[in-house]
Design a binder for this molecule. Structure first.
Ligand code: MG
Length: 158
């Protein structure tokens, strides 16, 4: 009846790249180095949804060696994962996402992020939790070398 999944993703940060987080472009002096647009929490969310149904990971479905996915908007990847989930007879019950980033502060944009993800998934925003944390300047996130995201999802049979 229910399936649980978790996802994890990391991207390095460098000047001259856009910073996409949960479908929002965040103004910042650094962005994600990636084959796609580097939307780290969306990648973690996709992996959690695929993982819940043991369907592999986004690397299997959207290879980073393929020109088709170069610079792709991760919202398109999420939409495709949702289509796969529905095809297998499941829908999202809820998702809980944590983004670890030292700077900038994401708190003012969290509601927008939840709304964007909910619109893509086709659910209400109260089913999508997005939380942001720093790592107290510890590790690669603390040194502003990268961004990290974790996602947990519950899927229910339609
Ligand atoms: Mg990724």
């Amino acid at each position: 009846m229910y399936r649980i999944g978790n996802g994890y993703d990391v991207h390095s940060l460098a000047p001259g790249f856009p910073l996409w987080i949960c479908g929002l472009k965040i103004e910042h002096e650094k962005g994600c180095v990636a084959h796609s647009d580097g939307d780290t929490p969306i990648h973690a969310l996709c992996d959690a949804m695929l993982g819940a149904l043991a369907l592999g990971d986004i690397g299997n479905h959207f290879p980073d060696t393929s020109d088709e996915f170069k610079g792709i908007d991760s919202k398109i990847l999420l939409k495709e994962v949702c289509r796969l989930v529905a095809l297998h007879g499941y829908r999202l019950t809820n998702a809980d996402i944590t983004v670890a980033l030292q700077r900038p502060k994401l708190a003012p944009r969290i509601i927008e992020m939840r709304t964007i993800l909910a619109d893509i998934i086709g659910c209400t925003a109260d089913r999508i939790s997005v939380k942001a944390t720093t790592t107290e300047r510890l590790g690669f996130v603390g040194r502003e070398e990268g961004i990290e995201a974790y996602a947990v999802v519950l899927l229910e049979k339609i």
